[in-house]
Design a protein around this ligand. Structure first.
Ligand SMILES: *Cc1c(COP(=O)(O)O)cnc(C)c1O
Length: 637
């Protein structure tokens, strides 16, 4: 039996990569070792091998990396959110209803908005726009007049006018007052355009959530009205005879709220405000809780930043109960509950697939039998220390080897030892470190610096993608995403590695991985096989990653492929977007590709005149240059 197949099976891979914990039911490992995507959780018959899709993509001529979207997952997530709220409302005898609005900023791509409005229409799932451009997109895409069109964000006259026109056409467009100064302008423009606006007020909550994005709540939050400003708004609307228009209370606590307690506290406070406005005579009917529904990226089900300590059902139930408790007390009818969940709707539906280009290992190299006579004492000491290494003196040897290694470096810098001698010292060093790691593996408890050797010795897998372009949150805010191979999962992953991208930037890497308890510093991976691609995937990347990415090292948008899985388990390609070419990228930074060709041709012609190249060679070189401009910005096989 092949040694890597020994005592390994797909169940162990499922466990190693935590698939059942983070996958939301959308992924599982097949017996042949392929990772399968399963748009209807639990329906294994309707599952497709991701590797098969990837091979299909390559056969059609698109290269890695590719952002792969599974359209039906979006459908399933929209259904899950709406059904869960509706079901919980029935169970709890809630008198109002639920309506969702997808916040465009979470993934603005037309394909995404199109799919959401399409799948969402049976629930009247609406859209939330936070800027003029988003509103323009929303008005173009939303056709369901029963769905909500919620306008947040700082509004100028143009923004307000667009919203009012949307109302006139018949959209349920709600202008949310984010700043006190917006209200007089909205009133003035409504009069001018003869429109009756639907108004909401964004409130500042005292309750503040922790985490990266929690700043949106709290007294110091940038947007929203404080209590005094709310009262002033009510008085103004009342003077203008428009208090009827004020129908919604809105807040947004921040994204990825891991702790259910913070969600509950905020709902409570918002209900008090809602009740207060009702008592002031406002015609409130909608309570909009914004986003915040978190994704369990690491599968730990905890209040860790990349997780959440609640299920979707608990989220819905807790919100409904909190609203009922607050409002029943003061006899105020139950509002329509709105959430603007973005992350939770779209995260699952995209994955980034890339191939591994190369691996660096930190392995011992063969050492000489005896050291040369001229060998400096420090190197000799290192060698002796290695010979004597055992479990009992492991710590001492480890300390010695580091001490001598530093000394050898010093001597090298002072010109006292040669390059060849330094190389010998380094070989001894890595041999010793590997040996210490092996011995430490036999012990239950080891010192932290020795335990850390495992990380230091992990391989570097060079992968064909850019963290900056495709996983900006992994770089900017240390967001964790599940990463794993998409095939060979019936083989034991015998290596431990970290992932480096092709930007050659020391930040262009993934060296923190999901774990049930903490953050893992390396990922179990397979050895590369000669002549065979090794594909990895980063999952749950559908939210926020696509447009926050940047052009670091001029690596552009990746190819994007959208797949729909059919009832019979087959699948079809429903969308293909070619990624940026080199010419595209260069024009983003203001180059004119045609002008570049002209300039380079002059340089090449000069070389012909100087006799460096023949005219024939000039032609070949120019062809290569122009091909380069048309090519993909990533590594092409
Ligand atoms: C960003 C944002 C959202 C989306 O939040 P998620 O946590 O991604 O669901 C919703 N509403 C507003 C006002 C936002 O700014």
């Amino acid at each position: 039996m092949n040694h890597t197949l020994e005592r390994w099976n797909t169940t162990k891979s499922t466990d190693t990569y935590g698939v059942d914990e983070w996958s939301g039911g959308y992924f599982h490992i097949a017996d042949n070792g392929d990772l399968m995507v399963m748009p209807a959780p639990g329906k294994k018959k309707r599952a497709v091998s991701i590797k098969e899709i990837v091979e299909g993509i390559r056969e059609r001529g698109l290269d890695m990396p590719v952002l792969l979207r599974i359209e039906n997952i979006l459908d399933s997530q929209i259904a899950a959110l709406n059904n869960c709220f509706t079901h919980a409302m029935e169970v709890l005898h809630y008198q109002g209803k639920f309506m969702g609005a997808y916040p465009i900023k979470v993934n603005q791509q037309q394909q995404v908005i199109e799919a959401i409005t399409h799948f969402g229409s049976r629930y009247h799932h609406g859209l939330e726009a936070g800027s003029k451009a988003e509103l323009v997109a929303a008005m173009g895409m939303l056709t369901d007049k029963n769905a909500l069109l919620i306008c947040n964000g700082y509004k100028d006259q143009e923004f307000i006018d667009l919203g009012l026109y949307a109302s006139k056409i018949g959209y349920k467009c709600i202008l949310v007052v984010e700043m006190p100064s917006e209200l007089p302008l909205i009133i003035q423009r409504s009069r001018a355009l003869g429109a009756t606006p639907l108004l909401g007020i964004r409130i500042k909550l005292a309750a503040q959530a922790g985490g990266h994005w929690g700043e949106s709540g709290g007294e110091r939050s940038i947007f929203g009205l404080n209590t005094t400003q709310m009262i002033e708004a009510v008085d103004l609307l009342s003077r203008e005879g428009m208090l009827d228009c004020l129908q919604m209370v809105h807040y947004h606590l921040g994204s990825q709220i891991s702790n259910i307690r913070e969600i509950r506290t905020a709902v409570n406070e918002a209900c008090r405000v809602y009740a207060g406005l009702a008592m002031e005579g406002a015609n409130v009917q909608y309570l909009d809780l914004g986003g915040g529904l978190a994704v369990d990226y690491d599968g730990s089900q905890s209040n860790f930043l990349s997780s959440r300590n609640y299920t979707l059902n608990e989220y819905c139930t807790d919100i409904i109960e909190a609203v009922m408790t607050s409002l029943d007390e003061v006899n105020i009818p139950h509002p329509t509950i709105i959430t603007e969940s973005g992350r939770a709707l779209v995260a699952y539906y995209s994955m980034l697939i890339f191939n591994v280009l190369d691996v660096t290992r930190f392995q011992p190299e063969p050492l000489p039998e005896i050291l040369p006579d001229t060998c400096p004492a420090q190197i000799r000491n290192m060698y002796d220390s290695l010979q004597e290494l055992s479990i009992r003196n492991m710590q001492e040897c480890f300390n010695d080897i580091i001490y001598y290694r530093d000394e050898v470096r010093q001597m090298f810098n002072h010109g006292k030892i040669s390059l060849r001698e330094r190389s010998l010292a380094e070989k001894i060093f890595w041999t010793t470190i590997n040996e210490v790691a092996r011995l430490a593996g036999e012990l239950k408890h080891v010192a932290p610096e020795i335990a850390d050797i495992e990380r230091v010795l992990s391989d570097i897998y060079y992968c064909n993608f850019s963290v900056f372009q495709s996983l900006p949150d992994a770089w900017a805010i240390d967001q964790l995403f599940p990463v794993m191979p998409i095939h060979r999962l019936n083989e034991k992953p015998t290596r431990k590695g970290i992932i480096a991208d092709i930007t050659c930037d020391c930040d262009g890497k993934i060296d923190r991985f999901i774990d049930r308890k903490e953050v893992k510093r390396f990922l179990p991976l397979h050895e590369l096989k000669n002549g065979e691609e090794y594909y990895l995937g980063t999952f749950l990347v559908g939210a926020y990653q696509e447009t926050l990415g940047d052009l670091h090292n001029l690596l552009g948008d990746t190819n994007v492929v959208t797949v729909r899985v059919l009832e019979n388990g087959e699948y079809e390609f429903v969308g293909e977007l070619e990624g940026d070419s080199v010419a595209d990228i260069l024009s983003y930074v203001e180059y004119d590709p045609k002008n570049l060709i002209v300039r380079f041709r002059k340089t090449a012609e000069k070389a012909v005149r100087n006799g460096n190249i023949t005219p024939q060679e000039r032609r070949e070189i120019m062809q290569a240059y122009e091909m380069g401009l048309r090519g993909y910005t990533y590594f092409e096989r």
